[in-house]
Design a protein around this ligand. Structure first.
Ligand SMILES: *Cc1c(COP(=O)(O)O)cnc(C)c1O
Length: 471
């Protein structure tokens, strides 16, 4: 088999060979007529040849002669498709998984009016670093600082690239070469690439673990204090829960100890929320405002988790600590761009105006069950005439996602689809590989479409794609 693969790989032409052969193919003359398109054609050829190599490396059933004789036609057709439908790499995806903060699908969606504000800022010059009053240079952070302080009750605020950067900057500024005391129960890994011990190390801090996985007491923190201790760090255990025989130390208790021993307390809140989810039936968790009130020196959280804004790391807290962060050279390397700031300002304004229902994350999380049932039944009805599938209305659960409220399952209604021919694995793939990728959730022999995370136009695209399955 390996020899056969080698033989087929050797039979594939080189990029320049394909391009010179295209000169003799009439259907390519419109593309070749414009010399400026040559880089695009070259990239297309590379892409198609890569696909051919991947095919060779998979299973094949045809003979070598069949492979060789059909190769040129195959390459040409593939290339024509690529050139006629130039696809961007970033594409729209229909998220029918019911995971609201889907990390693979870009986490939080911006409100349409916020997205328009971002587009406006992108196309025009702005006062990003200009004080319009004085005509002098201003700071890019002023555009969100006052809003953040107002919404969280903090004295100062700043924004960096993401929450991971916020923690890194905090460690580098206050704990380089010094000890940071963290509970063993809070040494979390988030999304595979963010691990508290490693971020501390990257920031030059020395991690001092205290307590055990399930129980950490105030006396554990106290016993670990040495002259080298820089601060206490609390970390929100976003994506897991230790249940049963547990104990952890609250921010308030740590602040009291910190004040006695002259040590600041900082917290990585993970998602954080301005809004108390308890009214929607979510587990009681302190809001960012309540966390700040306890007297922590600094609190960090993400912009694109429950906040529902752009990717960003937000740091709020005492003014003197914020000023020291700003003075760190690393801040320049972690700074946010104007589009992020525009998206954040727009989103924060919605909170300030109490327009929570305009923030897609909160709108989706708070959808009433009857609305979901109605939407799912409508989809079921629209698919009734499709002869190739069985459809059923079913109850199921959606997830918040993004490492927020991991134990929460939101009751929802789904349209469950089962193919009459073929299996659900094939159907899931067919939906994902359509003109617009449709992501569904597989449960037993059904592909589930959770209407909670659908947006306008999605239903029509789903119905259309399933009609193609019927053909
Ligand atoms: C999500 C999360 C992070 C990482 O935040 P990003 O904005 O994705 O960098 C860090 N800490 C905790 C506790 C988290 O939940």
């Amino acid at each position: 088999m390996d020899q056969e693969k080698q033989r087929r790989l050797r039979a594939l032409p080189a990029v320049h060979e394909v391009i010179s052969r295209l000169e003799y193919e009439a259907e390519f003359s419109p593309f070749l007529a414009n010399r400026r398109q040559l880089p695009r054609i070259t990239r297309g050829v590379r892409q198609v040849l890569q696909k051919a190599r991947e095919n060779v490396n998979r299973e094949f059933t045809d003979s070598f002669d069949e492979f060789e004789s059909s190769l040129w036609t195959w390459l040409k057709n593939q290339l024509l498709q690529v050139l006629n439908h130039p696809e961007t790499s970033l594409r729209r995806v229909i998220n029918a998984t019911g995971v609201v903060l889907h990390t693979n699908c870009g986490r939080a969606l911006l409100a349409p009016e916020v997205a328009r504000f971002v587009a406006e800022q992108a196309e025009r010059y702005s006062n990003l670093e200009l004080n319009i009053e004085t005509g002098e240079r201003g700071s890019r952070y002023v555009h969100v600082e006052a809003l953040l302080c107002h919404l969280t009750g903090a004295e100062g605020a700043m924004v960096v690239n993401n929450n991971a950067a916020a923690v890194l900057l905090m460690m580098n500024t206050f704990a380089q070469g010094k000890d940071v005391i963290v509970s063993r129960g809070e040494l979390v890994e988030v999304g595979g690439s963010f691990r508290i011990p490693e971020v501390l190390k990257a920031g030059g801090a020395n991690l001092v673990e205290v307590g055990t996985t399930n129980k950490t007491w105030l006396r554990d923190y106290e016993a670990a204090i040495r002259p080298e201790t820089a601060l206490f760090l609390k970390v929100h255990t976003s994506n897991y829960r230790v249940e049963g025989f547990t104990h952890s130390v609250s921010g308030a208790e740590l602040v009291e100890l910190g004040e006695k021993r002259g040590l600041p307390v900082m917290e990585d809140l993970g998602s954080g929320s301005f809004f108390d989810g308890a009214s929607l039936g979510f587990p009681l968790e302190p809001t960012i405002e309540q966390t700040v009130k306890v007297g922590l020196s600094l609190v960090t959280f993400s912009g694109d988790k429950l906040l529902g804004g752009p990717q960003a790391g937000i740091i709020v807290g005492k003014k003197m600590f914020i000023e020291r962060l700003r003075a760190n050279q690393m801040t320049r390397a972690l700074r946010v761009d104007k589009l992020t700031l525009a998206a954040l300002e727009g989103t924060l304004r919605l909170y300030e105006n109490g327009e929570l229902e305009d923030i897609p994350v909160w709108r989706m999380l708070s959808l009433p069950l009857d609305t979901l049932k109605l939407a799912a039944s409508e989809l079921v009805a629209a698919l009734q005439s499709n002869q190739a599938i069985f459809v059923e209305l079913k109850e199921d659960v959606s997830r918040v996602g993004g490492g927020a409220w991991p134990t929460v399952s939101l009751p929802t209604w789904v349209c469950a689809i089962r193919p009459k021919q073929g299996n659900v694995i094939e159907l899931e793939k067919f939906l994902r590989l359509g003109p617009v990728a449709i992501l569904t959730r597989i449960h037993k022999e059904w592909a589930l479409v959770d209407v909670r995370t659908l947006l306008s136009g999605d239903v029509e695209d789903i119905v259309r794609r399933l009609e193609e399955w019927a053909r």
